[in-house]
Design a protein around this ligand. Structure first.
Ligand code: PMP
Ligand code: GLN
Length: 388
C-alpha cells in the first residue's frame, strides 16, 4: 500500500486553511488569515496587465528573477537600510516569501544543524527546517509585552547552531524588535558564527513611534544574513506570490541553488509589475502606513467591543487579543466559539508555538486587520454579543 513520506507524516492541515473552512461553513466575518479583502494599488495591477500583453512576459523569467526587479529590490535595500546589495548575484526572486524562506533553509542548513526559532513564528519555518533535516531550538517571546528573555536566548546558542530565523515586525504579536534586541541577537550570532534568516515581510507596516531596523544593517551582520521580503505584504498582492531573498552573494548562491530546483523561476508578469511598484517612491509607503494606522484604530474597537484587552501593535496587520476576562478555555476553544456562536473568525496563536511553549498563547487570539472598514465594523458589531 503506497503511503506518503515520513518527512511529512507529522504535518497537519495549516491553521489558515482550517480556519478559512470553518469560517466559510459558519459565514463568519473572517479576521483570521492575513489576506486583505481589497486589492493593492490599481496602477500596479495595470502594470501586470501591460506585462501580460507585452509579448515578453508570458514565458519563463530568468531563474534568479527579472533584472529590473532585482535592481528594484537592491535599490530599496540601499535607500531604506543603507545596504550595498548586488542586484546580479545578491538577490533571488521567489514564489512568495514562503518559498524564499524554504529555499534559504534548503540552501543553507545541513542535516543535524540546530536552527533557533523565536516563538511565536510564521508556521512554515518549522516544517521547512524539519524537511532540511535541521533541528529547531525554540526561544519564546513572553506576554503581555511579547519580549524574549536575554538569558533564554543566550542558552539556545551553542556550537551546533547554524542559523536563527527571525521575524520583525512580528506576526502574530505586532512587535517590532528594538535596535537593542537586534544587537543582542547580532552579538550572539557573531560569537557563535551563526547565519540569520531575517523575515522582514512587514518591513513597511510600521506605526508611529516605531522604526524597522534591518538586522543586516548592524555591524558585522550583512555577511551573515539573508533577508526575506514579500510583494504580498509590501504591495498588498498576496495572491501574486512574489517574494525575494537578498544578502551577500556567498550566501545567496546557496539559496539560489535550492531555488532552481524548487521552482526554477517565479511568475513572470507579476515580477514585471512588482518591478514597477518599486519605482513608486516614498509616498506609496506613507499612504500604506496611513491606511493601516486607521485600520489599527478600527480593530481596537473590535477588541473593546468584546470586552477583551490588547496591546496596540507596533507593526504588522495583526493584533493579539487577550480574552481571559470574557471566556474560560484555551485559544483553540475560544476561536471555535467565536466562529460558531459570535460569527467572527480569528487564529489561535498556539499554532505558532512549539508544544512546550504553547501555554504562552493560551489566553490570546490573533485578529488580522487587513480588511475593509466595513468588514472591521461588522466584526465589532458581532463581537458586542460577547458581552450580552
Ligand atoms: N512570513 C511571515 C511572517 C508572514 O506572515 C507571511 C504571510 N504570508 C509570510 C512570511 C509569507 O509570505 P508570502 O505570502 O509572500 O509567501
Ligand atoms: N501570513 C498569513 C498569516 O499569517 C497567511 C499565509 C498563509 O496562509 N500561509 O495569516
Amino acid at each position: 500500500m503506497p503511503s506518503f513520506a515520513r518527512r511529512v507524516a507529522s504535518f497537519g492541515t495549516t491553521i489558515f486553511t482550517e480556519i478559512n473552512q470553518l469560517a466559510a461553513q459558519h459565514q463568519a466575518v473572517n479576521l483570521g488569515q492575513g489576506r486583505p479583502d481589497f486589492d493593492g494599488p490599481p496602477e500596479i495591477i495595470d502594470a501586470a496587465v501591460r506585462a501580460l500583453h507585452s509579448d515578453t512576459a508570458n514565458q519563463y523569467a530568468p531563474s534568479p528573477g527579472l533584472p529590473e526587479l532585482r535592481e528594484g529590490i537592491a535599490r530599496h535595500a540601499g535607500v531604506f537600510y543603507d545596504l550595498d546589495v548586488d542586484p546580479n548575484a545578491g538577490v533571488i526572486v521567489t514564489a512568495g516569501a514562503t518559498q524564499g524562506i524554504f529555499s534559504a533553509i534548503m540552501g543553507l542548513i545541513d542535516p543535524g544543524d540546530e536552527v533557533i526559532i523565536i516563538e511565536p513564528y510564521y508556521d512554515s519555518y518549522v516544517p521547512g527546517v524539519q524537511m532540511a533535516g535541521g533541528k529547531p531550538v525554540y526561544v519564546p517571546m513572553h506576554p503581555p509585552a511579547w519580549t524574549f528573555d536575554a538569558d533564554e536566548l543566550r542558552a539556545a546558542f551553542s556550537h551546533s547552531t547554524r542559523a536563527i530565523i527571525l521575524n520583525t515586525p512580528n506576526n502574530p504579536t505586532g512587535r517590532v524588535y528594538t535596535r537593542a534586541e537586534l544587537q543582542l541577537i547580532a552579538d550572539l550570532c557573531i560569537e557563535y558564527d551563526v547565519i540569520v534568516i531575517s523575515d522582514e515581510v512587514y518591513e513597511h507596516l510600521i506605526f508611529e513611534g516605531h522604526q524597522h531596523v534591518a538586522i543586516a544593517s548592524l555591524d558585522g551582520m550583512f555577511e551573515r544574513t539573508v533577508t526575506v521580503g514579500s510583494a504580498g505584504k509590501t504591495f498588498g498582492m498576496t495572491g501574486w506570490k512574489i517574494g525575494w531573498v537578498y544578502g551577500m552573494p556567498e550566501l545567496v548562491t546557496g539559496v539560489w541553488r535550492a531555488h532552481q530546483f524548487i521552482t526554477f523561476a517565479a511568475n513572470h508578469p507579476t515580477q514585471a509589475a512588482v518591478a514597477y511598484a518599486f519605482t513608486l517612491g516614498n509616498s506609496y509607503y506613507e499612504e500604506y502606513q496611513a491606511l493601516y494606522s486607521h485600520k489599527r484604530e478600527l480593530v481596537m474597537q473590535v477588541i473593546n467591543a468584546a470586552g477583551m484587552s490588547a496591546i496596540q501593535p507596533e507593526g504588522t496587520y495583526f493584533i493579539m487579543g487577550d480574552f481571559s476576562e470574557v471566556f474560560d478555555g484555551n485559544d483553540v476553544e475560544f476561536c471555535k466559539y467565536l466562529i460558531e456562536q459570535i460569527g467572527v473568525a480569528t487564529i489561535p496563536p498556539s499554532a505558532f508555538f512549539s508544544e512546550k511553549h504553547r501555554k504562552h498563547a493560551e489566553n490570546h487570539v490573533r485578529f488580522a486587520f487587513c480588511k475593509s472598514d466595513e468588514t472591521l465594523e461588522r466584526a465589532a458589531e458581532r463581537m458586542r454579543r460577547l458581552r450580552t
